[in-house]
Design a protein around this ligand. Structure first.
Ligand SMILES: *[C@@H]1O[C@H](CO)[C@@H](O)[C@H](O)[C@H]1NC(C)=O
Ligand SMILES: *[C@@H]1O[C@H](CO)[C@@H](O)[C@H](O)[C@H]1NC(C)=O
Ligand SMILES: *[C@@H]1O[C@H](CO)[C@@H](O)[C@H](O)[C@H]1NC(C)=O
Ligand SMILES: *[C@@H]1O[C@H](CO)[C@@H](O)[C@H](O)[C@H]1NC(C)=O
Ligand SMILES: *[C@@H]1O[C@H](CO)[C@@H](O)[C@H](O)[C@H]1NC(C)=O
Length: 313
């Protein structure tokens, strides 16, 4: 009896050690001008208390319970300079200068953060800008714009393809927390394939429909930044299809001639540049990222900074 008790203690200890090794990206949550108390609970969730130093006012709830996303909190204090009126939008400072919010005029699209907080002397997050609705000629996208430059996910509930704002959430459980463009905790957006227990289908993330003349001269390259890390990441497929063909048909029937690249498995814990050649198309076309069965995704898949490059120039 004595021995078996010892055995089980030892086994549980070893299991805990393994679990710790896998969760090596676990983040220590910090709060500037405040204090964070983390307590782990039996059911695997977190209990976190946030408290601001004297003179600062908490922006957000003072506690977090459970295993879901942990929104970032800020300790705010007045004392920041007013913003000048931005082009094509307005900035309202509420209440009394703790927080500023940018809203864009109709027909303009926000690019970057919509909210920032004052820490007593400076605004903590850079505030976004208002941009014209229609895409610029080069079809590149850093996913800072709220309209994702026309990129869309195929309809699904739950939707695993999500736009992530680095400044929104602590991303405690993910190794991937920062985008490729800014690599910062206070700004930047990217696309993440979120794991979800019920997401066992095939999910597509698609470019807008692009004009066929982009491919004329047979010299178009599509470049993207990919973060693909973890023991459980499977295949990410990049395809090119005619604009009028549904992504589901492409995947079921024309996968062989549409697939341009398959990235398989763990690529390391950093952003890496990948590209495909797009040969001359006789119709308008789309680029498609596809991932099958992210229900047990043991890791991170992120996409950022997509570009269409004409190699002739
Ligand atoms: C306020 O934010 C600025 C910019 O991040 C930083 O340099 C400064 O130290 C902060 N001040 C306080 C009191 O936290
Ligand atoms: C943007 O495109 C839409 C249709 O796609 C068009 O109706 C609108 O006039 C365009 N706006 C500008 C500012 O070019
Ligand atoms: C492609 O066609 C559009 C008009 O449909 C034109 O504005 C653009 O300059 C053309 N681009 C190239 C690379 O030929
Ligand atoms: C992943 O892609 C490889 C080719 O790179 C293929 O052999 C394999 O069957 C694919 N796995 C799945 C689960 O589709
Ligand atoms: C693949 O083949 C189908 C049927 O012939 C065709 O409609 C489609 O354009 C092809 N896809 C590409 C990327 O060429």
């Amino acid at each position: 009896m004595e021995f078996s008790g010892f055995f089980w203690t030892k086994t549980i200890f070893l299991l805990l050690k393994v679990a710790q090794a896998i969760a090596s990206c676990d983040l220590e949550i910090k709060l500037a001008n405040g204090k964070v108390t983390e307590t782990s609970s039996w059911y695997g969730g977190d209990y976190i208390e946030f408290e601001c130093d004297r003179g600062y006012i908490m922006q957000g709830k003072s506690w977090h319970l459970g295993s879901g996303n942990i929104l970032k909190r800020f300790c705010a204090k007045t004392g920041c300079e007013d913003f000048e009126k931005p082009e094509n939008g307005k900035i309202s400072t509420v209440p009394g200068g703790l927080k500023a919010v940018i809203t864009c005029d109709e027909e303009f699209i926000l690019s970057g953060n919509s909210v920032t907080y004052c820490n007593g002397s400076q605004w903590i997050l850079p505030l976004g800008t208002c941009q014209v609705q229609n895409h610029t000629g080069d079809y590149s996208c850093d996913f800072e714009r709220e309209d994702l430059c026309g990129w869309t996910a195929s309809k699904a509930i739950p939707q695993p393809w999500q736009r992530i704002r680095a400044a929104a959430d602590f991303q405690k459980k993910n190794c991937l927390r920062q985008d490729h463009t800014f690599q910062s905790d206070v700004q930047g957006h990217f696309i993440r394939l979120q794991s979800h227990v019920h997401a066992f289908r095939t999910y597509h993330f698609m470019s807008p429909i692009l004009p066929k003349n982009l491919t004329s001269g047979n010299s178009l390259r599509f470049q993207f930044q990919l973060y693909m890390f973890g023991t459980g990441v499977k295949n990410l497929t990049v395809s090119v299809k005619p604009g009028s063909m549904p992504a589901e048909d492409m995947w079921k029937t024309f996968r062989a001639n549409s697939t341009k690249l398959i990235v398989s498995g763990n690529q390391g814990a950093n952003w890496q540049s990948h590209s495909i050649h797009i040969s001359e198309m006789d119709t308008d076309f789309q680029v498609v990222f596809t991932c099958a069965d992210p229900s047990s995704l043991g890791g991170d898949i992120g996409i950022d900074d997509v570009k269409f490059i004409n190699e002739r120039v």
